[in-house]
Write a new protein. Structure first.
Length: 334
């Protein structure tokens, strides 16, 4: 009886095993990113429920549910100015099932404001810039001004007498007022508070005369006549404020861009490229659904129309700009 030498048998067995592995690879890939997503996705919001980021996240999550075919569940992880939630995204498995809301603050200010957040952007991959939100500068009626020119004239005539409320040291509001002072050669006294709520309360009471704020949270007070808008940071005049000019049309492009907030999504670094592409396509499609656009408009926001390949460059550019503004304002990392 003829028997095959053992070394040939082992070579044949190895060849069969190798073929089996090769055949299994496509199936493994399919189980990885090919059939993504096949379970609910967690969307981490690094701020408390009810704020602008949370509102936008919930609108976007609902749209993504229809474009991805899976639930997108919002999970609020507030604390440390957005650092805690952003950290939890960076530390998550890079499998596309943990996505984070990213903002101007979390990606371009916090890394220069908090030592703890210094390396966070490098641990994240930008997916898409989805929504933009304008800001409005408003004053208490007791100041006696209703237009941009009259405000600037009064601020220059009375240096150091007008005070402006901001949600905290190093916040976007702080940088907006500091840049306003530098650009317009005014001397508005910047008063930092512990959050936007207390800041707004003191402006409404007339204890502080000025505050820049995102349009959605400002509109109720503007409509009631308690605060008067005089300029907005927006790509175009808000339909709700047709008589209020933008910094852009007044010739202050830098102030305009600084004041426009954006909201996007990021994933942990090393998330597979096909998953990032799937998320990006689904998220962009979601924000352009008519019902999503309508809901965004009701909160004063707009779907972003940017080329998404430019999102990482936008983050890098704004990070450099905001670092320079923080240095100029003398704000040190804590």
């Amino acid at each position: 009886m003829h028997t095959m030498p053992t070394h040939r048998l082992s070579l044949k067995a190895l060849a069969i095993a190798a073929l089996a592995v090769c055949a299994a690879l496509p199936q493994a890939r399919a189980q990885g990113s090919g059939n993504y997503p096949n379970k609910p996705i967690k969307l981490i919001v690094p701020f408390a429920a009810g704020g602008s980021t949370d509102i936008v996240a919930r609108i976007v999550a609902e749209g993504m549910r229809s474009t991805l075919g899976q639930a997108v569940v919002v999970d609020n992880k507030a604390g440390a100015g957005g650092v805690i939630g952003t950290e939890s995204v960076a530390q998550a498995a890079p499998d596309g099932y943990t996505v984070g809301m990213a903002t101007v603050s979390t990606m371009t200010i916090n890394p220069h404001l908090f030592t703890r957040a210094e390396g966070l952007p490098a641990k994240l991959m930008p997916v898409a810039n989805l929504v933009t939100m304008p800001a409005v500068y408003m004053v208490h009626p007791s100041l006696g001004v209703t237009a941009f020119e009259s405000f600037v004239a009064k601020a220059k005539a009375e240096p150091g007498k007008i005070s402006g409320a901001v949600p905290g040291l190093g916040t976007l509001g702080h940088l907006m007022l500091a840049s306003f002072n530098e650009t317009l050669k005014t001397d508005i006294q910047i008063v930092p508070y512990r959050g936007a709520g207390p800041a707004l309360n003191d402006v409404l009471a007339g204890m502080v005369q000025l505050m820049p704020d995102q349009l959605p949270s400002a509109m109720a007070h503007i409509k009631s006549g308690k605060l008067i808008p005089f300029v907005q940071a927006s790509e175009g005049r808000s339909p709700d404020l047709p008589n209020v000019p933008t910094f852009k049309e007044l010739g202050y492009d830098g102030l305009n861009q600084l004041g426009i907030s954006w909201f996007g999504i990021v994933v942990p670094k090393n998330t597979p490229a096909p998953i990032i592409k799937r998320l990006q396509e689904a998220a962009v499609k979601a924000t352009h659904l008519p019902e999503v656009q309508q809901r965004l408009k009701t909160v004063g926001a707009n779907a972003s129309s940017m080329d998404q390949s430019q999102f990482p460059a936008q983050i890098a550019r704004e990070s450099l700009r905001n670092k320079a503004l923080l240095d100029k304002a003398g704000v040190k990392p804590e």
